[in-house]
Design a protein around this ligand. Structure first.
Ligand code: GRF
Length: 218
């Protein structure tokens, strides 16, 4: 019998490389989620082309056309539900969401953030990491709550910060890991292996990564 896949809507604002990672993962018949709708708040966002190429329906809902954050979110909500989506993935979606929308999708909406949360919330995370002199940086996939970049953490991937890194080189190293971490996190959630205990997301049956991440390594 064919696998019953969890239906997912992806919200984007731009180039959509994380969307692409999710679309690619979803081509595997054994992957437990399928992308049923991609919404962009920016007309002409490159991610829309990626979705179209993958045969996924797209919508442009420009936030500027709505009188309030709530009205914009309600319009997205209507289309997401009409598409039958059970989960939402934010993938480079550059709009804050209203409290109502975040709460309505509590535990069912994921985001990828380009830093090891709770460090470096908000924008310019790679610059902040270099300025802080951290030796490990990375990305986080987390559930979305009304507070920015603050929800329960599902998956994190760490990368070294090399002595000669600038924002671009560090961003590229982190982005490569985002493309692995996001499909993994969505898979874990779609498989029902992630359970919320208050602020903490507990993941069942996670593979053993060994017991340290060390950089510099000696
Ligand atoms: C990613 O770095 C993501 O972590 C951040 O915005 C960027 C979006 O990139 N939220 P893309 O549109 O997925 O290529």
């Amino acid at each position: 019998m064919a696998l019953q896949k969890v239906k997912v809507a992806v919200l984007i604002s731009g180039r959509g490389s994380n969307l692409q990672a999710l679309l690619d993962a979803a081509t595997d018949p054994a992957y437990p989620a399928e992308i049923v709708l991609v919404i962009s708040n920016i007309a002409g966002a490159y991610g829309l082309e990626r979705a179209a190429k993958a045969g996924v329906p797209t919508l442009t809902i420009e936030h500027k056309a709505y009188p309030s954050r709530e009205a914009f979110d309600a319009e997205m909500d209507k289309h997401i539900r009409a598409a039958g989506a059970e989960l939402i993935c934010l993938a480079g979606f550059m709009r804050l969401l209203s409290k109502d929308f975040s709460e309505a999708w509590n535990g069912r909406m994921l985001n990828v953030h380009p830093a090891l949360l709770p460090s470096f919330k908000g924008l310019h995370t790679h610059r902040k990491a270099i300025e802080a002199g951290v030796k490990l940086h990375g990305c986080t996939v987390h559930f979305v709550t009304p507070e920015l970049d603050d929800g329960p953490i599902i998956v994190q991937a760490a990368v070294p910060v090399l002595p000669d890194d600038d924002e671009d080189s560090l961003a590229a190293r982190v982005l490569e890991q985002e493309h692995k971490a996001y499909p993994l996190a969505l898979k874990l959630v779609a498989e029902g292996r992630v359970r919320l205990e208050g602020r903490v997301a507990k993941v069942a049956g996670a593979a053993d990564p060994g017991n340290r991440l060390l950089f510099p390594a000696g």
